[in-house]
Write a protein that binds this ligand. Structure first.
Ligand SMILES: Cc1cc2nc3c(=O)[nH]c(=O)nc-3n(C[C@H](O)[C@H](O)[C@H](O)COP(=O)(O)OP(=O)(O)OC[C@H]3O[C@@H](n4cnc5c(N)ncnc54)[C@H](O)[C@@H]3O)c2cc1C
Length: 459
């Protein structure tokens, strides 16, 4: 997909103009898809920074760049990896060859691949999980085989399906839930089978590299820094931050900005989150059934608990917590002299609703201290609790009926966003896919069809 050379000054005035509304990963991927292909792209972003939900904020107390929530990618996220490679930040993602699963009794299992072909590469890791009995491991293996034999579009409620396929409350909590709550940001009793199958198929079965977790080695804000800016400059992409769009105008000829000014273009990519889209559409489009799903998608929250200690609190870079309130803990090391930073992520965080920040921080801090003696010995210097109420859409059974494709009925308007129809759950991979697909839609309608989407691993 990479193209050489940047548009010359002479040719720039001939380029067709594209306005991308939203500078999250979806909007940026659309810009990356279109800018080298004969379009003059402008990205309008409401916030003072790029990256949207996969971004960082500057902690006013310390001036440190802090991720609103730790993000991870996986080897199977081929489009996100391609996006990072294209803009020159792939080196900021650190592949993790081993994961550690920890239970409240402080026992640990290491999950790593053997040098065997998929799907056998993870067999020994599953057999070594200390938190499942041998019979439970057989149940899980049976359930996985049955899941993978399901039709790709089958989407019954997952929990009922699991119970009908020899799973117990314990295997659901200790195996299926541990993987799926983090991957889908939803609990097993709410999700449909389709995306559960996708997680296990793409992540664990199709290719031996699919399951490798990639952790950003730096705060996410760094991904939108020098390398991205240089790439955008090279291809003449204009980025305007602090530029909230009030709505698209005409159907569609321009955008009206929150400051009352207007901008016009030939093409538009609406790359805003689903809960913003209805207000951003012109009234004549807002009622179109094509866009109706944006109003019906349900949100699912994620809470992240940020903790700064006076000494190294963990002997691991990260750990998956089994049978705990928190699901992942990430240790980011010494971020300032004498300050060691941990982040705990609670996906599908509805159980925390109604609890104050102090209560959440106390529960998570006490849990960590029980699981890791080194945390109990460290002194907590400060903390922060961040809840994103609309972190992702909820992958309920049949959710794809509510996800529109990127090519809209309006010839010069494409949609992008992790919530659009990508075949993926709401992830950075899904967002980048949507951006590439939106760019494909515009290229096709401009008479220059081109495939931008990257193939799946092993596909
Ligand atoms: C707490 C949390 C943890 C997560 N963890 C992971 C993870 O570990 N791995 C993973 O793959 N995914 C994770 N995700 C999901 C991932 O962050 C999203 O799927 C992805 O970032 C969505 O990108 P997007 O571009 O579709 O949307 P967004 O990131 O929401 O971008 C939309 C952009 O549009 C802008 N905008 C909105 N309205 C306007 C307007 N009127 N005018 C101009 N601009 C506007 C917004 O400011 C925003 O920048 C997580 C999400 C959250 C919230």
């Amino acid at each position: 997909m990479e193209q050489n050379g940047s548009p010359t000054a002479a040719s720039e005035c001939d380029l067709e103009r594209v306005i991308v509304v939203g500078g999250g990963l979806a909007g940026l991927a659309a810009a990356v898809g279109l800018a080298p292909r004969g379009f003059r792209v402008t990205v309008l972003e409401a916030r003072p920074r790029l990256g949207g939900r996969a971004g960082s904020f500057t902690d006013p107390a310390t001036g440190q760049l802090v991720d609103a929530c730790q993000h991870v990618s996986m080897g199977c996220c081929t489009n996100f990896t391609h996006f990072c490679r294209t803009i020159g930040v792939e080196h900021l993602l650190a592949p993790q060859p081993r994961l550690t699963f920890v239970t409240p009794d402080r026992r640990r299992s290491v999950f790593k691949a053997d040098p065997w072909p998929a799907p056998f590469h993870l067999g020994r890791a599953l057999l070594g999980a200390h938190y499942l009995t041998p019979v439970e491991k057989l149940r899980v293996a049976w359930g996985l085989l049955a899941l993978l034999s399901e039709r790709p579009d089958a989407d019954p409620p997952l929990r009922e399906w699991l119970l009908a396929h020899r799973q117990t409350d314990r295997t659901i909590d200790r195996f299926w839930g541990v993987v799926l709550v983090s991957a889908l940001n939803e609990t097993v009793d709410r999700v449909g089978l389709r995306y559960a199958r996708k997680v296990f198929r793409d992540g664990f079965v199709r290719h031996r590299d699919g399951f490798t977790v990639h952790v950003p080695a730096v705060p996410l804000g760094r991904f939108y820094d020098a390398e991205l800016r240089a790439w955008l400059d090279r291809y003449g992409v204009e980025v305007v931050e602090n530029c909230g769009v009030k709505r698209l105008t005409g159907a569609v000829s321009g955008v009206e900005l929150r400051d009352g000014s207007r901008r016009e273009a030939d093409w538009f990519v609406l790359a805003a989150p689903f809960d913003r889209v209805p207000d951003l559409l012109p009234p004549e489009l807002a009622a179109d059934p094509f866009f109706a799903g944006a109003k019906e998608l349900a949100p699912s929250p994620i809470t992240s608990v940020h903790l700064w200690y006076d000494r190294p609190p963990l002997d691991l870079p990260h750990a998956v917590l089994v049978d705990c309130l928190g699901q992942w803990v990430f240790s980011r090391g010494e971020v300032a002299p004498g300050e060691f930073y941990l982040q705990v992520v609670v996906s599908a965080a509805r159980p925390l609703k109604g609890l104050g920040r102090d209560e959440i921080q106390t529960r998570i801090g006490e849990e960590l201290a029980r699981v890791f003696p080194s945390v109990a010995r460290a002194t907590l210097l400060r903390s922060k609790v961040v809840t994103e109420h609309t972190a992702t859409f909820s992958a309920v059974p049949g959710v794809d009926r509510l996800r529109p494709p990127q090519a809209t009925p309006v010839p010069n308007l494409a949609l992008a966003g992790d919530w659009t129809d990508t075949g993926w759950p709401a992830t950075m991979e899904g967002a980048v896919r949507s951006g590439y697909l939106a760019a494909e839609a515009i290229l096709a309608r401009a008479g220059r069809p081109e495939r931008l989407l990257r193939p799946d691993l092993g596909g």
